[in-house]
Design a protein around this ligand. Sequence first.
Ligand code: E4P
Length: 217
Amino acid sequence: MKFFIDTADIAEIQDLATTGMVDGVTTNPSLVAKSGRDFKQVVAEICEIVPGPVSAEVTATDADAMIAEGLKLCEIAPNVTVKVPLTWDGLKACRALSDDGRMVNVTLCFSANQALLAAKAGASFISPFIGRLDDINLDGLELITEIREIYDNYDFDTEILAASIRTVNHVSECAKIGADVATAPPSIIRKLIEHPLTDKGLEAFLADWEKTGQKIL
Ligand code: E4P
């Protein structure tokens, strides 16, 4: 399973990239607004840090303008992935951009039928939003299961990019279901390693080692 980081915070990306766990980055207009920085500049900086796909979202709402914005964003770096919303115009833009050899991430997916349409439009990634479905008492993980089944039925190449991840359990459940990618905020990625028995075990090993009086180097 690939890990993308869901942020436009350069310092966080730089720090997490050193773990070797970062396969890509996703941004959205809200995350860019939160960074308070110039969108294209931030995307350029992220693309220099992370060689994998970096999603940059268009803000136009009609297909032609989305295509123009997408091509402009692709000029920033070869690893830019154009993010388009799951609308008919977004799907038209997805088809045109993907026919032109660009990576496209279709975002704001909340149903299996929407995911089917995105795959038929040639999307490189589909982004089902787990947390936002859970927020309205629906089952985000169930959607990932449904999409996995549909994509496997037809051998679609579109990768399932589980998004709107709010808990570490979302990550492990997505891995069990077979999502291709999980994009999560830095705080969740950092929590994945935590276990109290690891901390306790290491403390005991180090205390016992200290008693031996030995050194390895
Ligand atoms: C994905 O690409 C989105 O940026 C993101 O996962 C949305 O998450 P949220 O629902 O926590 O805002």
